[in-house]
Design a protein around this ligand. Structure first.
Ligand code: CO8
Length: 291
C-alpha cells in the first residue's frame, strides 16, 4: 500500500458503524487488483495515468470501495516517476451519477460524523500531479463534485452536470456548494443546488465549469492528448504551477500574488528552469529532467 493510501487510511477512523465499508476498503486496498475501476497508462510515452470508473450497471455510482480505489490509483500515479498527468473518465452514458444512494440511505448522523464518512474523497483534490476529468454523459451530485476536484474538465457534447442532492433531502457534501459556486458564480450555482436542475455541456463551457467540449467519441483522446502535453513539461514545475493556481481558491489577492512570486523565484533553483531558458535561447526543444 502506498504512502498516499496510508494517508487516506488515517482519515478513516474505524468505528463499529462502518464494518462493511472498511472490509470493502481492505479488499480494495490489497494487491494490484481493482473491482470498480480500470487503471492503465496511456499516451505515446505511457506517461498519462488513466482511471476509468467502471460500474456501468449503476451509472458509475460512487460507492465507498470505488472512491477508495480511485485514491489508491492516484497514490500510485503520484509516486510513479513516469507519470506526468492523470485522466479520470467514466462511460458514455455516465461519468458518475453521484454517490451510491443505496449505500447511504440507512446511514445515521452518528455513523457519518463519527466515522468521518467519505473523507477519503479528499484524496482526489490532494494529489499533486495535474488531473483531467473527461466527462461523457451524466455527472451528477458526487459525480459533478469528483469532476470539479480535478484540475481541468473536458466534456463530451452530451454531458450533463447537476447537483440533485436537494431532491434527496440532502445537500452536496464534496464541494458542490463551494467549487461549483467558484466555477460558475452564485446565481447559476444557487439555481442548480436549489432546484436540482442540470446544465448541458455548452452551458457548462459558457459558464466556465469546463474548458472544452468535444464530440462524445473524442473527449477521452483529447484529455489524454492534454495529459501528454502537460507530462512533457517539468513535473516538478507543473506541481508548483498547480499549487499556485489552487492557492487562488484559498488566499486573498495580495497573499496569492506573494505566494506566486515566491514560487516563481523558487523555479530558478531547478535544473528544469535553466534547461527551459537555455533551450529557448539555443532555439531547440527543452528536455526536462524533473529536477
Ligand atoms: N446511487 C446508486 N444507484 C444509482 C445511482 C446512485 N447515485 N444512480 C443510478 N443508480 C442506479 C439505479 O438505481 C439503477 O439501478 P437498478 O437497475 O439496480 O435499479 C441504475 O443505476 C440505472 O439507473 P436508472 O434506472 O434510474 O436510470 P434512468 O436513466 O432512469 O435515470 C438518473 C438516470 C436520472 C441519473 C437516475 O438514476 C438518478 O436520478 N440517479 C440518482 C442521481 C442523484 O441523485 N445523484 C446524487 C446522489 S447524492 C450525492 O452524490 C452526494 C455526494 C456527497 C459526497 C460527499 C463526499 C464527502
Amino acid at each position: 500500500m502506498s504512502l498516499f493510501c496510508n494517508a487516506a487510511a488515517l482519515l478513516l477512523k474505524p468505528t463499529r458503524a462502518v464494518p462493511a465499508m472498511l472490509s470493502a476498503a481492505r479488499r480494495a486496498g490489497t494487491g494490484g487488483q481493482y473491482d470498480y475501476i480500470l487503471v492503465d497508462k496511456r499516451g505515446e510515452k505511457r506517461n498519462v495515468g488513466f482511471i476509468q470508473l467502471n460500474r456501468p450497471r449503476v451509472l458509475n455510482a460512487l460507492c465507498f470501495g470505488l472512491m477508495w480505489e480511485v485514491a489508491r490509483a492516484l497514490g500510485d500515479f503520484q509516486v510513479d516517476g513516469d507519470v506526468g498527468a492523470v485522466v479520470i473518465t467514466g462511460g458514455e452514458r455516465a461519468f458518475a451519477a453521484g454517490a451510491d444512494i443505496k449505500e447511504m440511505q440507512n446511514r445515521t448522523f452518528q455513523e457519518s460524523y463519527g466515522g468521518n464518512f467519505l473523507a477519503h474523497w479528499n484524496a482526489v483534490s490532494a494529489v499533486r500531479k495535474p488531473v483531467i476529468a473527461a466527462v461523457n454523459g451524466l455527472a451528477l451530485g458526487g459525480g459533478c463534485e469528483l469532476a470539479m476536484m480535478c484540475d481541468i474538465i473536458y466534456a463530451g457534447e452530451k454531458a450533463q452536470f447537476g447537483q440533485p442532492e436537494i431532491l434527496l433531502g440532502t445537500i452536496p457534501g464534496a464541494g458542490g456548494t463551494q467549487r461549483l459556486t467558484r466555477a460558475v458564480g452564485k446565481s447559476l450555482a444557487m439555481e442548480m443546488v436549489l432546484t436540482g436542475d442540470q446544465i448541458d455541456a455548452r452551458q457548462a463551457e459558457r459558464s466556465g465549469l469546463v474548458s472544452k467540449v468535444f464530440p462524445v467519441d473524442q473527449v477521452v483522446a483529447e484529455a489524454i492528448k492534454c495529459g501528454e502535453k502537460i507530462a512533457g513539461n517539468s513535473k516538478l514545475v507543473s506541481a508548483m504551477a498547480k499549487e499556485a493556481v489552487n492557492a487562488a481558491y484559498e488566499l486573498a489577492l495580495a497573499e496569492g500574488n506573494r505566494l506566486e512570486r515566491r514560487m516563481f523565484h523558487a523555479t530558478f533553483a531547478t535544473e528544469d528552469c535553466k534547461e527551459g531558458m537555455a533551450a529557448f535561447v539555443q532555439k531547440r526543444k527543452a528536455v526536462f529532467q524533473d529536477k
